[in-house]
Design a protein around this ligand. Structure first.
Ligand code: ADP
Length: 636
């Protein structure tokens, strides 16, 4: 056995990595040329990291400070190589970065795939494509790398056919950085071609701020007797920081590709905002709204924040200080001319200039969303469906901007009668009839439960619009918001029904009614004394016999349910029961002289009011038993 062979070690891929690799190969085949974008993106990140670490330790540059990427190919050998003189990797890093997937939630993500190529390819896009996309076009990949600052004999060759395992061996690598060598599949030989590669680089990677070099193309054979000139390297991309260019010069496609580079997303963004700020503070920002939520949006630990540059030098990823949590879906960069190159996360946290930048960036994002809503409502709804629930955290986190954020909210409404959340508060207010001074809403588990809620009856009868809120966060959201544009929010299942001045024609006869039915109300109260705090007559209902209402200061029923589900202690405020004295069942109850039957019927009416409001019965079998007793009597 040669010494080389004895030094070669074989490692198995982590299960998730192996699955991801296979999925990548199958799902992204129709988009195969993106492998180059992904590898160039990694090379550019590696150069950014070196430039940053080199600020503190210039020896890492090894007297070769000109960072660049070089693309080469060999048509005869059917290979393409992507080289960078960036940070490089140690052996341990190669094994971990190229053999495992460290993102938490990966196995859940893999479980959510359907096997359908089209939808899976979108999902994989959300996950981030990356290095493994090499195997879409290659049946063997070699990675030769050496960490900056280490000796030439510290090089590593990683090699794999993208199946179960990869090998690792020590090599000599005088030049720091990484070269990825793709041994193309036979049918992918089109990529071992200068024009094809240039075209793909121009299309996807033109915005990379490092020079991407290739050997000059020579066409035709030299004249007889002439030497074939040695081709030299030429830069094939624009190679300036995209955000530093003037907006008018940048094509939409360039903005889109830059977005994919920084976000590792696969789809184009919905919109972006690119701004240069000069004056007291001097910085450029380029902020994007993605079209799709990442798979780990609800993971609080998931990476978020902007990429921070100082004078075009990359400083850090995930600089969280520039945006609040409720805007964590925003991707982008900020490039400051004021900050020092050795700025750290700790310094960012304390710097008052960062607060001003953050305030300005928040405003930019909210303005950008407002503009999208106005100019392109269809795409705005896409945004809302993906990220609305995150934006709803806004009023609690950022009180100062709550009105501005609320303007962006969209809800389902009785106005449209369907479950699409597409109606704004401004639209609601514009439709309010004279005399209405509140924004009416109901919270329910589902749209259906909300729109069929008994409390809705009087609103339907009078044609008053009600928002139907069925996201879990909504009850809490409204409690944070409390009012909008000077109008307060009114839960239709809370407190006394107050229709403001809309209802002039109908006089309030509740006092009289409560007097007329005094003994019925007292008797029902006695029967349900442990379950309701009060029994009164209602003018909310037209079709249902009864409904439940929470007191003005009590916790909403939706919120109670959420807290219960989260295992938290819920204040035990019994609801108020309101009876529709026009309803035949309540009239029957009023006429009932048999105490047992009265109690059964009163309990059934109460339980049904709970059910109609989506509340789980505490003792469902007693309910069924009582109801069956009554049914049996009917059939006697
Ligand atoms: P991602 O880039 O989304 O993190 P990849 O699968 O593309 O995922 O790469 C995994 C990791 O491998 C990178 O995060 C980086 O640490 C390392 N890596 C990949 N390519 C290079 C490179 N050219 N130079 C240095 N490190 C690299």
């Amino acid at each position: 056995m040669s010494t080389e062979e004895t030094q070669k070690q074989t490692h198995g891929f982590q299960t998730e990595a192996k699955q991801m690799l296979q999925l990548m190969i199958h799902s992204l085949y129709s988009n195969k040329e993106i492998f180059l974008r992904e590898l160039i993106s990694n090379a550019s990140d590696a150069a950014d990291k070196l430039r940053f670490q080199g600020l503190a330790d210039s020896a890492l540059f090894e007297n070769d400070p000109d960072l660049k990427i070089t693309i080469d190919f060999d048509a005869d050998a059917n290979t393409v190589s992507i080289s960078d003189n960036g940070i490089g990797m140690t052996e341990a890093e190669v094994i971990s970065h190229l053999g495992t997937i460290a993102k938490s939630g990966t196995s859940e993500f893999l479980g959510s795939l359907t096997g359908d190529q089209k939808s899976d390819s979108q999902l994989i896009g959300q996950f981030g494509v990356g290095f493994y996309s090499s195997f879409i076009v290659a049946d063997k990949v070699d990675v030769e790398t050496r960490k900056a600052g280490q000796a030439a004999d510290q090089g590593i060759r990683w090699s794999s056919t993208g199946e179960a395992d990869f090998s690792i061996e020590a090599i000599d690598k005088p030049k720091r950085g990484t070269t990825v060598i793709l041994h193309l599949k036979k049918e992918e030989s089109e990529f071992a071609d200068g024009s094809r590669l240039r075209h793909v680089i121009k299309k996807y990677s033109d915005h990379i701020s490092l020079p991407i070099e290739m050997l000059e193309q020579t066409f035709g054979e030299p004249e007889e007797g002439e030497e074939k000139p040695e081709p030299s390297l030429e830069v094939v991309n624009t190679a300036t920081a995209l955000w530093a260019r003037s907006k008018t010069e940048i094509e939409d496609s360039e903005y889109n590709e830059f977005y994919k580079h920084i976000s590792h997303d696969f789809e184009d963004p919905l919109t972006w905002s690119h701004n240069k700020v000069e004056g007291k503070l001097d910085y450029t920002s380029l902020l994007y709204i993605p079209a799709r939520a990442p798979f780990d949006m609800w993971n609080r630990e998931a990476p978020r924040g902007l990429k921070l540059y100082v004078q075009k030098v990359f400083i850090m990823d995930e600089a969280e200080q520039f945006l609040p949590l409720y805007l964590r879906f925003v991707k982008g960069i900020v490039d400051s001319n004021d900050l020092s190159l050795n700025v750290s996360r700790e310094i960012l946290q304390q710097d008052p200039a960062i607060d001003s930048m953050r305030n300005a960036l928040v405003k930019r994002v909210l303005d950008m969303l407002g503009k999208l809503a106005k100019k392109d409502p269809e795409n705005y709804l896409k945004f809302w469906n993906e990220f609305g629930q995150v934006l709803k955290e806004g009023p609690a986190e950022d009180f100062a901007n709550r009105e501005k954020t609320a303007k962006l909210f969209r809800f389902a409404s009785t106005e449209t009668g369907n479950d699409t959340q597409d109606q704004s508060l401004d639209e609601y207010i514009a439709r309010m009839p004279a005399g209405q001074d509140k924004i009416y809403y109901t919270c329910a588990d589902t749209f259906k439960a909300g729109i069929n809620n008994p409390h809705m009856e009087i609103f339907r009868k009078k044609g008053i619009e009600v928002f139907i809120l069925y996201d879990r966060i909504d009850d809490w959201l409204i409690s944070q918001l409390s009012d909008y544009d000077g109008k307060s929010f009114q839960d239709i299942a809370r407190g006394e029904l107050d229709l403001g001045d809309i209802d002039d024609d109908e006089k309030d006869d509740s006092k009289e009614r409560n007097e007329t039915f005094k003994s019925l109300l007292e008797q029902v109260q006695e029967t349900l004394k442990d379950q309701v705090s009060e029994v009164r007559t209602t003018n909310r209902l037209t079709d249902s016999p009864a409904c439940l209402v929470v007191g003005d200061d009590d916790m909403g029923m939706q919120m109670q349910k959420i807290m219960e589900a989260a295992g938290q202690a819920v204040p035990s405020n019994n609801p108020i029961m309101e009876l529709n004295t026009e309803h035949p069942l309540i009239q029957k109850l009023n006429d009932e002289s048999d105490t047992d039957r009265f109690n059964d019927l009163a309990s059934i009416v109460f339980n049904q009011a709970q059910l109609a409001q989506g509340i789980q019965l505490e003792d469902p079998s007693s309910y069924v038993h009582r109801l069956n007793n009554l049914l049996m009597e009917m059939f006697k």
